[in-house]
Design a protein around this ligand. Sequence first.
Ligand code: BG6
Length: 489
Amino acid sequence: EHSKKGFPEGFLWGGAIAACQAEGGFGEDHKGISVSDISFYDPDSDRRDLSKHLNITSSVIEKALRETGTKGYPKREGIDFYHRYEEDIRLCAEMGFKVFRFSIAWSRIFPKGDELLPNEKGLEFYDRVLTELEKYNIEPLVTLSHFEMPLHIVNEYGGWKNRKVIEMFIRFAELLFRRYKDRVRYWITFNEINAGRFSTFKSTGLVEDRSEHYLQDCYQAIHHQFVASALAVEKCRRFAPNSQIGCMIARLTTYPATCHPDDVLQAMLDDQYHNFFYMDVQARGAYPPYMNRFFEDNGIEIVMEPGDTEILQNNIIDFISFSYYVSAITSNSKERLAQLDETEGNLTRGIRNPYLVASDWGWQIDPVGIRYSMNTIYDRYQKPLFIVENGLGAEDKLEDHEIHDHYRISYLREHIAQMKEAIRDGVELIGYTPWSAIDIVSSGTSEMSKRYGFIYVDKDDLGNGTQKRYKKDSFYWYKQIIASNGADL
Ligand code: BG6
């Protein structure tokens, strides 16, 4: 029950990773090449600049396909979770994890995506991961799609803008529900489904230079993901009736830059277009009316097939999950914007908020924003929330086998304190899986030195290192938090 004291009994404390950033095992056991396997690390580029990584062109893909080794492509090696999952899960168990969020790489199960029969070897790996989690009574929270689409779907079908991809994805999803119905109780369909608008290649497999009307294709691809997500909900209810399934967005929290009414309105629109649209479709079961205007103004026409409306309507999700890292500010006036500085952020650049400090990567730290976001979302849908990513990317120093990451502890402590406030506000929160359980390769820039974990992995940006694991100070601190159910902040 939600008492004054804070976190409810049975609250799911844990941590998160994604297959494409952690596993490695490139090409092993028939794994196919995925959209993340072509993410490169560029030592010469500004680490804060995501532009090169977001707009993947045909020539980047072709070059990556010629380079068949792992050098220069850190996600092909990850942190070798593919071979070290036992040790990593044991360490998570030592922290007292109740839940572990990971993804099942589509390209490991259907290497090209369009096969009719799965790759049994790939499935066996996840069988073993689940067995390991069961040893310690850790609940798995499985993401079906976390930037791991087989690259073959991009090159042969044009990614998610092609409706045929729905069928391929559902074949994959149904297989997992059937196989793991008694072993997995929490599922997420698409990681950060709103990334389709910002980090389009990784999310939907669109390549800008292969598109005549890029924005149109973006939203068409997102529509196909909505339908696929709803069909996955339907399959989950049928084949894994004892589990719950949720949607997932990157919560992009935006405040008005000033109290000018136009800025306040702009913040509302940003919220609708970049956050609520995605949750409205999946949690309310229909396209929200405000999008009609947006589509009209941008010359977008979503092609729907008969039956799509019913599919969306009949299969709304059980819970809403989201990532939360930063907040930003917005304005609709060029003059006001000219006076403000830009800064970086998760998925998209933002405007600097003078009241906040930022991480070394320019991500603005805003604990109150998590309480604000939780309330805003819960008010609208009254569905249980699951915070499945939150954390600080920072450079850590290994000194005498120790890592004194007090900055990470304060980041997490302040966010957990605000989550507690939100729970007192009445928000229903199922669990919290900070990013990341263990250091993994950065999604955005494929660096290793932008670390988020409680466990340090000895590996650098170029792939050198022993891969040995070390417990950071935050490891011991988080263990205490879990043991006291968030009371001992
Ligand atoms: C989220 C992704 O966008 O942010 C994760 O779901 C990612 O995969 C995380 O790792 C942090 O981003 P980055 O670029 O710092 O790794």
